[in-house]
Design a protein around this ligand. Sequence first.
Ligand code: ATP
Ligand code: MG
Length: 336
Amino acid sequence: MKTILTGIRVNSELTLGNFLGAMVPMVRLANTHSADYRINIFAPDLHSIISDIDGDLPANITRSLKYYLAAGLNLNDNIHVYRQSRVPAHSELCWILNCVASMGDLSRMTQYKDKSEGKESVNVGIFDYPVLMAADILLYDAEYIPVGEDQFQHIELTRRIAEKFNKKFGDVFTLPVEPKAQIKFMQLNDGLRIRDLQNPEKKMSKSTASENSKIMLSDTPDQIKKKIMSATTDSVGKIQYDMFNQPGISNLLQIDALVNDIPLQDVISTWAGETHYGDLKQKVAADVATFIDNFQRKLATISDDEILTLLEAGEAYANEIANNKLHEVQKAFHLR
Ligand code: ATP
Ligand code: MG
């Protein structure tokens, strides 16, 4: 059985963009494939500590895992949920792979360059996390890892590390599928980017300082209304989908389609010929508030205990698979 693997960092609350762009598609993917694929969903707590944690780490982990269930994940025996740090093989394989990966390759990672740019001091974790990511993937022979374009380079790196290792020691690791082929297989809408409400030329990001730029999954209807009513638009005066010239309005149309789960084209047609931006904002604010309210209601029905039970089973499974793979690697290096 092939493995699909996914994890979202648990540093902070998620935005509506993270939810619609990453979590909902992942849940759809898992629900479509969990009869014939292993689905590993892990909380990358070790990746999270490379930067500051907003809130309480254990609480963030529980909340993030509840999100998958609230987003409609249908659990079955092929779905495994675990915390990265509870499977020590991740850290140990990371160290061993550090002795395989090259400095040159890691120094070329765009994410590292972006995250370290202009900083006086950067922790080693920010430089090395792609190797930990390689360990996360290779321990489980995972072939499909649904990630955005910003992570493609890390999948390529994982493939290079695995190839180098296999060349020397035989076929220990399964290479993840090339990023472009992954996107095709998973039919994810990779281009989907919810925009920043204040600066719609940019994407919405959870780390953006301005509160009015982003909708958080914990926002109240009043907060949502305020943020959407003050969203930046344009002076064109027509409600139409034109991401280049009218990114603010186009973003609102896009959001409305997604929260109502209807084709974007239908929303565009509904507003064709309309000119009052305020009407559109009011409608979108109401729809997003309803969407988040429904989501929060579902969330409230999922208990911490339910998550803990899932984690216990998932971690027993993950340790078994990961330790077996680690043992093969240790033997290759004569560590065992
Ligand atoms: P940060 O500001 O910390 O980088 P972020 O909001 O960009 O936070 P990430 O942790 O980088 O979130 O990404 C988590 C997932 O959410 C990724 O799969 C990413 O592709 C997706 N994602 C992030 N922002 C958006 C967005 N605005 N629209 C759609 N998907 C998004
Ligand atoms: Mg990001």
